[in-house]
Design a protein around this ligand. Sequence first.
Ligand code: S3P
Length: 439
Amino acid sequence: MKKFIRINKKIKSFSKKINVEGDKSLSIRWVILSSLSKKKSIAYNLLKSEDVFSALDCVKILGSKVKIYKNKCEITGNGLNFKNLKNKRKLILDAGNSGTLGRIILGLLINSKRKIKLIGDKSLSKRDFSRVTLPLKKFGARFNKYKKLPIEMEGLENPKGINYLEKKGSAQCKTTIMLAAIKSKGITKIKAKKSRDHTELLFKHLNIPIKIKKFRNYDHISISGIKEVKPLNYKIPGDISSCAFFIVLTLLTKNSQLLIKNININPSRTGIIKILKMMGAKIKFQNQKTYKGEKISDIFIKSTTNLKGINCPVNYNSSAIDEFLVIFLVAAKSKGISYFKNLSELNQKESPRLIWASKILNLLGIKNVTTKSSIKIYGNPNLNLNKKIIVKNFLKDHRVFMMSVVAALTFGGEWKIHDYDSVKTSFPKFLKILKKIKA
Ligand code: S3P
């Protein structure tokens, strides 16, 4: 199979309507929560990507029954404990490329007395797991090591709730603790720096006892242990993180417009919209509705020529965390300097993304000053390339690939972009949808 793509023409003006695939965060959470109910849960529009298939494989190993159809997926879970586990050998769970899956599944294992080994691919094995193993240790879990996969974990029969301060603003870490909390006796209290709140909304929808007090930078969450989880039927909306690439493609292409249907616009995910609007982008939400606590909308984007650089407010960071690579492309084409700070978490993703951003901006000839946690981008509204560019990211980061495609289609030049396969983790239909926009 071809492992790279070549692009040597800018995209022509377009006016199109598209759908993107189901939200990855919600898809993985649906799989995990459904595995806790003994009754059948059904999801429509579940993202069919490698990360979600890894989640399905993991819950199967943990005793759930999974059926995948063309338009829906069903899970009949194994309940809150692991009593029905037949397989007597040491269990191995493979999270593949997914940080979300790898981290939050450890929360599920808090009450498993069986030793379970968690493994992942090359990229995941470089990422930090101490952010979840340390709070789980407070619940009483034991680990052979704390930081990097592969890790072996042994839970305990009767974990007790804990108090925890989550300072990184990591929804993965918060969710891990929340999952361990429902399996623990008593109350778990988490003071969590703001991050995406899908798990909280799903818990509320499932009537899991959760109380949340919201403050400016932190939420105070308390959760009580429970005895059973209801089934979760869910229609998964489109993923704003997948839209991000097409939003920027539209903004940076002359005389173009795009309507993207049925997208999750949870305010903890829409940082990209706020940031791009601050830069002058023309983006509108249309047809807004609420579904099981989540906000859903169509997104309408028009090309914008007079974009300007910004000093990005740090309180937008968490709600735009997966979108900064494409946001940096907009900064590259804007008038003036853009400054993004407090972003050390970007180097903790599938690849060190701040370092990658700087490398790609250098290839584009865009001056940037990059530190471990910030990037200053000196925009050039006349950016127009006329050279050969090769992008090969050895950790196969899907978002580096998709960002490079958007850069090639909007800035010109002759591009060879490797690691085409990487989109399979989050957005397998990326190139198919792009073809529809180009047609
Ligand atoms: C995710 C949370 C974010 C995000 C990731 C998905 C989630 O990571 O980058 O792609 O679904 O909870 P952190 O929680 O580590 O910031």
